[in-house]
Design a protein around this ligand. Structure first.
Ligand SMILES: Nc1ncnc2c1ncn2[C@@H]1O[C@H](COP(=O)(O)OP(=O)(O)O)[C@@H](O)[C@H]1O
Ligand SMILES: [Mg+2]
Ligand SMILES: [Zn+2]
Ligand SMILES: [Zn+2]
Length: 317
């Protein structure tokens, strides 16, 4: 049993390492990895047994009245161990191991909205469902994967939800490799269509081959039919149609407008009408503007500015 209403806070207190969360998430190779913080390794509540006796009170009938009885219930530490193990099956990339809602810095009002939508989703997730997901669209380095990471970490570790993260082109590659090993696409798609919450990153990426389109269509259709929640991030625009390109008859596209068409590529055109209309039903759309600053760039610049010059070049006055 893993009930969302049971917290995993326990002996953490105000630990300087985990901040009282009782677990930490670190980068381990290319994956984000969770572990129980040293402050909570030994459980003072159950003495390491993993369960404890709790009192229950229940009214059976008028004649029997209210009776008190004791039942064996899992301790918070058991829940914690389980959720940490589950987090390690999500498949979150190591580059966003640190990602949280509190260290997300919005540079644009739309980024602030993106964080609010993601936070609201994470904090109000109803295990009995259904829950409306979200699609984050925007240029690279604007925190889309960061917000997916923060959302899944909260859901899995604080609420006890089962979740998976996939980068769409890696998923296609995995299925293709599976084919060569004699496995069917369904073997890989199956678990992904059933998991409570699935985050699909880089939606629209790929060659757009029939194989890719069918795989995506099957995955989304299965999740849609099962009323499962899916979250998405994409570099493509969520607009229904292009605003800045005229399509009047007799209009000849110049090199410039052809370029604009490519720039303004729409998710709707990348994934097709069927998938796009399902997304509209399953998700709230958030689009970050094209001029949202790229954090990867900003960070690199800052690091190169703050790095000390090589030893030989240091002034020795
Ligand atoms: N608004 C932001 N606040 C804090 N960190 C950010 C923000 N946007 C991006 N980052 C950080 O920059 C790096 C790249 O962000 P990422 O989420 O991978 O971008 P995207 O998925 O939009 O391309 C990550 O380390 C991420 O934590
Ligand atoms: Mg990303
Ligand atoms: Zn701690
Ligand atoms: Zn315990």
């Amino acid at each position: 049993m893993d009930r969302g209403d049971m917290g995993i806070k326990g002996s953490g207190g105000a630990c300087g390492v985990c901040g009282g969360r009782t677990y930490v998430i670190e980068r381990q190779g290319d994956r984000a990895h969770a572990r129980i913080c040293a402050c909570s390794a030994e459980c003072s509540v159950c003495g390491g047994r993993g369960h404890l006796l709790v009192q229950r009170e229940e009214t059976f009938s008028k004649k029997v009245g209210t009776r008190k009885y004791e039942v064996l219930a899992p301790c918070a530490c058991t829940l914690r161990t389980k959720r940490v193990a589950r987090y390690n099956e999500v498949g979150m990339p190591g580059v966003v191991a640190h990602a949280g809602f509190d260290n997300f810095r919005p540079a644009k009002p739309e980024q602030d909205r993106a964080r609010s939508v993601a936070m609201h989703f994470a904090h109000h997730f109803d295990k009995a469902g259904p829950n409306k997901g979200f699609v984050l669209s925007g240029p690279v380095g604007t925190g889309k994967t960061h917000l997916l990471g923060a959302t899944l970490a909260h859901l899995v570790l604080e609420v006890g939800v089962q979740a998976r993260y996939v980068e769409i082109s890696l998923l296609y590659a995995t299925i293709r490799r599976g084919f060569q090993e004699g496995r069917s696409g369904g073997e890989i798609i199956g678990p992904l269509s059933e998991v409570e919450v699935l985050a699909i990153d880089e939606l629209g990426k790929g060659r757009g081959s029939p194989f890719e389109m069918e795989t995506l269509d099957e995955l989304i259709a299965r999740r849609y039919n099962a009323h499962r929640t899916t979250l998405f991030a994409t570099n493509y625009s969520l607009a229904y149609e292009r605003k800045n390109v005229r399509t009047v008859s007799g209009y000849h596209a110049t090199e410039d407008t052809k370029h604009a068409v490519r720039e303004a590529e729409l998710l709707r055109e990348r994934v097709g009408e069927r998938i796009y209309s399902r997304l509209c039903e399953m998700c709230t759309f958030v689009e970050l503007p094209k001029d949202t600053p790229d954090r990867r760039h900003a960070r690199q610049e800052m690091e190169s500015r703050t790095q000390p010059p090589p030893a030989g070049m240091r002034a020795s006055r």
